[in-house]
Design a protein around this ligand. Structure first.
Ligand code: CA
Length: 541
């Protein structure tokens, strides 16, 4: 090689060496950075998983049509509910808990969305919850929870995907068949025996859940919803054990109706016990918050669908060993609209979005006497029959505003077909009812009602016209108006047609199933209104 070329090569080598070395350093640095990043991501993932596994499991057990005090922890002396008693002894009893509606699907929609029924577009019975609605369940799912439902569903198809798994009982246990098949008013149940409780899939769901994640389970029974069957349990309730409110006549037929209701409560209690045992067997008792409540009041006249306490007050039990002291009672008023925010808070979901109403109840676990809210609100909308009322209650008083006071206070259709209602009609004919027992047959009703729950727990003496209560009446009216304004509650322009006869409880031709949604109804009405407003076709030339 000529010396000049050698020199040139030498210079290139001298100058290039550091650059090659730098190139190697850069590649190594990038590699090291990528490795550090991956390690951090995996540490972050591990930290997230660790944090996730520290979160509690939630099991929400929902009774169907159970009155607030028809179980031993709430003072009933003869209905046998040893497992619910155990749940209460090991957890907290909420003495003054209220639904936002005394109607099955609207009450459930309200619990899931943490909103009042009229905010969900599912405020009438059987209106499905629209897919636009946000529920706390998908928030838990996003956080990493496994979510499952078993038993009664009754929320429509559009929010099923919020759950990883839905094991649904069919509707034959709580809904009449559609069309001509329903003419007799008889249910045609497709299940038999114990499966009629709606609880048969509870334990299978608890066994099927994802084993490596926290979980939320919605376990919904069909007990003690009508229809009732004889001898469903051994050694059932006796007629002399029945406790009747003053607005139900004391006759053998009414007592027998109550006995059947009591027996379904006892059956439900056994299934609750099985869930508690299964949690124990899986070693989950300490890590799981169990919540027990109903969806609306007792399925008897003046109870279910009404805004009286027998309609809108629920038993509410919460057990979480180590976090909720055993055997405590909370006397503060709380609402089922508060449950969503409570679950979200306990799952450490800090920004759940703006749709959730209600307040987090978890501060009450440590301080049961802490004031949480001044009022609870409830609403009555169409349920088999048209009606519309709103109520506000504080610790002591309740105010009810009846928008359709021209309509009678008819109970839901399954209750109209009940032995108790048939008995009311029989005694009405013979002029054998007290004023309190006649309430379903009197129109017009009062447009406003005011009760002192402390002195009058059955809400029989309306104080709204009593001058001494005028300042209280004004304050309660204002509280209700304020809530209505804040939540966008207005009386609709059109009423909904009844789907059952008010005397027999039998379906009318208007009844179709599945029931169209609110949106479908509005679309149908818009089309009809446009057709009616269209100019008549021009006469043929
Ligand atoms: Ca119900």
């Amino acid at each position: 090689m000529p010396p000049r070329r050698l020199l040139f090569l030498f210079i290139i080598l001298i100058l290039g060496a550091p650059w090659c070395g730098w190139g190697q350093t850069r590649a190594a640095k990038a590699k090291a950075e990528a490795e550090a990043k991956a390690a951090a991501a995996s540490a972050e993932e591990a930290r997230k998983t660790e944090a996730l596994l520290k979160l509690p499991n939630f099991v929400l057990i929902l009774a169907d049509d159970l009155g607030w005090d028809d179980l031993s922890p709430f003072g009933h002396e003869s209905i046998m509910t040893p497992n619910l008693q155990r749940l209460a002894d090991e957890g907290m009893r909420f003495e003054k808990a209220f639904f936002t509606a005394s109607s099955c699907s609207p009450s459930r929609a309200s619990i899931l969305t943490g909103r009042y029924p009229h905010q969900t577009d599912a405020e009438e019975l059987h209106w499905p919850v629209p897919k636009e609605q946000v529920t706390f369940v998908e928030k838990l799912k996003d956080k990493g929870y496994w979510t499952g439902a078993a038993g009664k569903w009754h929320l429509g198809d559009e929010v099923r995907d919020r759950f990883d798994k839905v094991l649904e009982v069919d509707e034959s246990g709580f809904q009449l068949p559609a069309g001509a098949e329903a003419a007799s008013g008889e249910f045609s149940e497709t299940t038999e025996g114990d499966a009629q409780s709606g609880c048969a899939d509870w334990i299978p769901l608890l066994k099927e859940r994802a084993p490596d994640r926290p979980f939320f389970l919605w376990l919904a029974s069909l007990d003690p919803h009508r229809p009732y069957h004889e001898n469903i349990i051994e050694d059932g309730a006796h007629p002399d054990e029945v406790r009747l409110p003053p607005y139900h006549p004391d006759t053998p037929a009414v007592r027998a109706d109550y006995q059947a209701y009591y027996d379904e409560i006892t059956r439900l209690d056994r299934h609750v016990g099985e869930v508690l045992d299964e949690l124990e067997a899986q070693g989950l008792t300490e890590k799981t918050m169990v919540v027990f409540l109903s969806d609306n009041g007792r399925p008897f006249p003046r109870d279910k669908t009404t805004l009286y306490d027998s309609g809108v007050r629920t038993p509410l039990l919460m057990r979480w060993p180590g976090r909720i002291a055993p055997g405590l009672a909370c006397e503060k008023i709380v609402s089922t609209v508060d449950l969503a925010k409570t679950f979200l808070s306990l799952a450490k979901i800090e920004k759940p979005g703006i749709t959730f109403e209600g307040v987090d109840l978890s501060p009450l676990f440590k301080e049961p006497a802490k004031p949480i809210r001044d009022y609870v609100f409830a609403e009555k909308n169409w349920h088999d029959y048209e009606d519309r009322s709103r109520s506000v209650r504080n610790e002591r008083y309740k105010y009810i505003k009846n928008d359709y006071a021209d309509l009678p206070l008819t109970p839901p259709a399954d209750v109209v077909r009940s032995a108790t209602y048939v008995e009311l009609l029989r005694l009405l004919e013979k002029d054998g009812l007290t004023d309190a027992q006649k309430i379903h047959f009197l129109t017009p009703r009062a447009t406003e009602e005011l009760y002192d729950l402390r002195l009058d727990p059955h809400e029989l003496e309306n104080l709204a016209a009593d001058e001494r209560y005028a300042p209280l009446l004004r304050a309660m009216r204002a509280a209700l108006a304020d809530w209505q304004a804040k939540t966008g509650d207005v009386v609709p322009e059109k009423r909904t047609v009844d789907e059952f006869d008010r005397l027999t409880g039998l379906p009318t031709p208007e009844r179709v199933r599945p029931r169209p949604s609110k949106k479908q109804r509005v679309e149908t009405e818009t089309v009809a209104a446009k057709a009616a407003a269209a100019p008549p076709p021009a006469p043929a030339p």
